[in-house]
Design a protein around this ligand. Structure first.
Ligand SMILES: *[C@@H]1O[C@H](CO)[C@@H](O)[C@H](O)[C@H]1NC(C)=O
Ligand SMILES: *[C@@H]1O[C@H](CO)[C@@H](O)[C@H](O)[C@H]1NC(C)=O
Ligand SMILES: *[C@@H]1O[C@H](CO)[C@@H](O)[C@H](O)[C@H]1NC(C)=O
Ligand SMILES: *[C@@H]1O[C@H](CO)[C@@H](O)[C@H](O)[C@H]1NC(C)=O
Ligand SMILES: CC(=O)N[C@H]1CO[C@H](CO)[C@@H](O)[C@@H]1O
Length: 821
């Protein structure tokens, strides 16, 4: 509006100057007028302005002369005196860009020659539009161009000047560029970044406007081609790729394809693939094809190691712009792991006395697979007294189900198997050795229920009687058998003084020599004990039977041994042949054959006169006595037993063939007849007293029988007080258990075969350490039992009675005639 007002103002001004400013100055006329006036347009009235007479103009040949151009542009209407345009006056062609355009004309008058300068000021008129060189300008701009970058545009040209020249430019509205115009340049300024990929090219309409009125304009189309820059990273088709892959897939299995596109062109759009940063573990597992983006396996895929992979795939274009996508690969489980059985704890060995249900071990089963592939069941074989009880999680308790007996099964081989529930299932097994530890639960057992040992009397001390043996199936010391004698007494003496047992071997040794005549058998208890704690034991009875040896010579009771008595048999003169004269009485402490005596006359005064009964010992006449026979007859009789070798004894028998002792004169010669008769009376007294004693003895025996436990000492005090001097001192070394010490000296000797030793059992327990005046404390049965043993062992028909005398014992046979003279 202001523009227009301004233009109007200028037009008026121009018009005013055109009207008001004729140069009336002689010689100089000035006119101002706009260009491009119509031909014949009146510029001014020269005649008037110069004061010329119109009528004279033609006569004076008034004309317009132009110095510079051949064209005149103006003419004078001679009839009106007006200066009129005769040609188009274009200021631009006359003056170009000059700010003031003045055409100088000469007005020539003749008659008189008058010359007037006429200056024609040609006013510009907006007759030219702004003009660009071309209607279309091509421009190439890189899309990478930064905001604010300027791109010059050639200015528009307008032939007009001043206000009519280009005053401003106008850029069609667009989102990228704005216009920056200053006096000498026009520039496009990038306001928003270009994106070739969004808009490859754009046309901008640029308008140049002048200040004329009416306003004129010129336009140009700027065709902008956006050049590609590598401004686009490749773009993956998915931000996250998901794939699943069975474990153990062979190498070169295609896992997934990733793909990325790049909007850029050419090398900028060439996408190559790679992996982004990867852990060292994953590097060898997958490969990616740089061209196709195919991801393949290269290594071993083990679900149990890694169950899922998260890989970064990288896409890169030619100039290095990259983008990334996540590739998630889930590995699916395959049942490729067998369950593994771990023995977490084991009580080994287990004592055999554990109660059923005792936990023996803990087992853990692990299967690295997952889900059902990793669920394992565990079991053991049937034929063992153990079972598995499932416990928490994959733990099992191995417990015993029955009573164990090491002596039956000492080791168990338990096979534990585990199977998972995969398809196909996998299984494994483990063998567990379990030992059963011993408990001393078995006593030693003797191989036989009882043992018998047979030994000949007069055995050497230390000789072996027999051996016992017991077995104990327990282990080591629990099964180590030690033998010992149980304390007890035999005939009132500790058994240890008779036998000993080797603790290790069970061999039973005689400690002393036995005398059959003293006792024929005895029993000892042997204990077998193991070494356990507490020990177990069992007992066995060992019966020792002593067999007879011919160690006793026949003992001649009648006639008394020579020197001790003086005995004579009277043989009546009238004795007929075959009549019994006398009898030799002998006994043998041995038994059986050893005591089977035979009698022989080894020497006689008159060999034909007497004979002796081989077995009876009866001396009989062989024939009638005749007068010629000598009065004194001597017989030497030998008594032999039937042992091997046989033992014998001899005695002398004095026979007197007479009817009357008085008839024997020689008798007086016989030494000490007086004393003999005296002796006889002594003997009679002795016999009476002995008989009395015997009767007393019988009464006492009977008394003892009835009340044996009341006064046993009465009977035996005398007997047991017999001092024993022939027991060797080292008997004291026999310890109480009857077990021989290893240092025991077997050289112990015992007198044998003599009468005095016959009843050694009486003295044997009366050992050296016992003071003579000490009262023995023994239970009565201890004393009586040996007698009972004797009673039991007596031979039928040969009942022996026993006299107990202060110094000795005599055994007398009731079948014999006992004669003490
Ligand atoms: C990956 O592309 C290849 C060809 O380039 C095609 O053979 C294969 O099947 C594709 N694999 C997947 C998983 O799309
Ligand atoms: C226990 O079993 C294993 C394997 O089955 C075998 O090698 C071993 O000899 C067995 N031991 C016994 C004592 O049976
Ligand atoms: C013997 O048995 C006992 C239990 O009675 C036991 O403690 C010990 O270990 C066993 N000895 C051996 C060598 O087995
Ligand atoms: C063996 O005898 C002893 C002594 O008499 C006794 O203590 C023990 O209990 C007996 N042992 C057996 C197994 O009978
Ligand atoms: C030669 C010429 O143009 N003469 C003109 C002068 O002016 C008068 C009046 O306007 C015209 O009638 C003539 O023709």
């Amino acid at each position: 509006m202001g523009d227009k007002g301004f233009s109007a103002f200028r037009l008026i001004l121009c018009f005013v100057s055109f009207i008001v400013t004729p140069h009336l100055v002689r010689g100089d006329l000035s006119y101002s007028f706009p260009e491009e006036m119509k031909i014949q347009s009146v510029i001014g009235n020269i005649a008037k302005d110069l004061g010329l007479d119109l009528r004279t103009l033609s006569s004076r040949k008034a004309r317009v002369d132009s110095e510079e151009t051949r064209k005149r542009y103006c003419d004078i209407n001679l009839s009106t005196g007006d200066l009129i345009t005769s040609e188009r006056i274009d200021r631009e062609s006359l003056c170009g860009k000059k700010p003031s355009c003045v055409m100088k004309l000469d007005l020539v008058l003749e008659n008189p020659l008058e010359l007037h300068r006429v200056n024609l000021h040609i006013q510009d008129v907006n007759d030219n539009s702004p003009k660009f060189k071309k209607d279309l300008t091509e421009m190439e701009i890189r899309e990478s161009a930064e905001k604010g970058n300027r791109f010059s545009i050639e200015q528009a040209r307008d032939a007009d000047i001043g206000q009519n020249a280009v005053q401003r430019y106008n850029l069609e509205k667009n989102e990228y560029f704005i216009l920056a115009v200053d006096s000498n340049k026009v520039e496009l300024v990038l306001e928003n970044k270009l994106d070739r990929e969004k808009q490859k090219e754009l046309n901008l309409l640029l308008t140049a406007l002048d200040g004329g009125s009416p306003q004129r304009s010129g336009t140009v189309v700027i065709h902008v081609t956006v050049l590609d820059a590598n401004d686009n990273a490749p773009v993956f088709s998915q931000a996250v790729y998901k794939a699943s892959l069975p474990e153990n897939s062979p190498p070169d299995t295609i896992v997934i394809n990733v793909s990325a596109t790049d909007a850029d062109e050419g090398v900028n759009g060439d996408v190559t693939y790679d992996f982004g940063h990867m852990s060292d573990d994953d590097i060898h597992v997958f490969s990616i094809d740089p061209k196709t983006g195919q991801i393949r396996t290269t290594g071993v895929i083990d679900f149990e190691e890694i169950s899922s992979f998260e890989i970064i795939a990288e896409a890169k274009d030619g100039l290095g712009l990259t983008s990334y996508a996540k590739v998630m690969i889930d590995v699916t489980d395959i049942n490729d792991n067998a369950p593994v059985i771990y023995l977490k704890s084991l009580t080994n060995p287990i004592p055999e006395n554990v109660s059923p249900g005792t936990e023996v071990g803990i087992i853990n089963v692990q299967d690295r697979d997952s889900e059902t592939n990793g669920q394992a069941r565990c079991f053991i074989q049937q034929n063992v007294p153990f079972k598995l009880i499932p416990s928490i999680k994959n733990y099992y308790s191995l417990v015993s189900t029955g009573q164990l007996d090491r002596e039956v099964v000492s080791d168990y081989n338990i096979t534990i198997s585990a199977t998972d529930e995969g398809s196909p299932p996998l299984s494994s097994s483990k063998s567990v050795q379990l030992s059963v530890a011993d408990i001393n639960d078995n006593p030693p057992v003797f191989e036989e229920q009882s043992y018998s040992a047979y030994v000949s009397e007069n055995n050497k001390p230390g000789s072996t009687l027999c051996s016992v043996s017991a077995r104990d199936p327990d282990w080591r010391q629990n099964g180590t058998v030690i033998y010992s004698l149980l304390s007890g007494e035999v005939n009132g003496a500790p058994v240890s003084s008779y036998v000993s047992v080797n603790g290790d071997t069970g061999v039973i040794h005689a400690v002393r020599s036995f005398d059959y005549e003293q006792f024929r058998s005895f029993k000892v208890q042997v204990m077998a004990r193991d070494n356990g704690s507490p020990p177990l034991s069992s007992n066995v009875t060992v019966s020792v039977f002593i067999s007879d040896v011919n160690d006793n010579s026949p003992q001649i009771l009648y006639p008394a041994p020579e020197g001790n008595s003086f005995m004579t048999e009277l043989v009546p003169k009238a004795a007929h042949g075959g009549s019994l004269v006398s009898k030799v009485i002998a006994v043998d402490a041995d038994s059986g054959q050893n005591a089977w005596l035979s009698y022989h006359i080894v020497k006689s005064t008159d060999p034909g006169l007497f004979s002796i009964g081989v077995h009876s010992g009866e001396i009989r006449t062989q024939r009638d006595i005749s007068e010629s026979d000598r009065m004194k007859q001597n017989l030497i009789v030998s008594v032999k037993d039937n042992g091997q070798p046989s033992l014998s004894a001899t005695c002398s028998m004095y026979l007197l063939i007479s009817d009357n002792l008085a008839e024997v004169p020689e008798l007086k010669e016989m030494s000490n007849y007086e004393s003999n008769s005296k002796l006889t009376s002594y003997l009679i007294i002795a016999l009476v007293s002995v008989s009395t004693f015997f009767l007393t003895f019988i009464i006492i025996i009977l008394g003892v029988r009835f009340c044996r436990r009341r006064k046993p000492r009465l009977l035996f005090d005398g007997a047991v007080a017999i001092p024993s001097t022939y027991l060797p001192p080292n008997y004291a070394d026999v310890d109480g258990t009857g077990t021989l010490r290893s240092t025991y000296n077997y050289d112990a000797y015992l007198t044998t075969g003599s009468r005095t030793s016959d009843f050694k059992f009486v003295t044997s327990y009366n050992d050296n350490t016992l003071p003579a005046d000490q009262t023995l404390r023994k239970s009565p049965s201890d004393f009586v039992d040996p007698f009972e043993a004797f009673d039991a062992s007596e031979e039928v028909g040969n009942v022996k009675l026993m006299y107990i005398l202060p110094e000795s014992f005599y055994c007398l046979s009731s079948s014999s005639v006992i004669i003490f003279l």
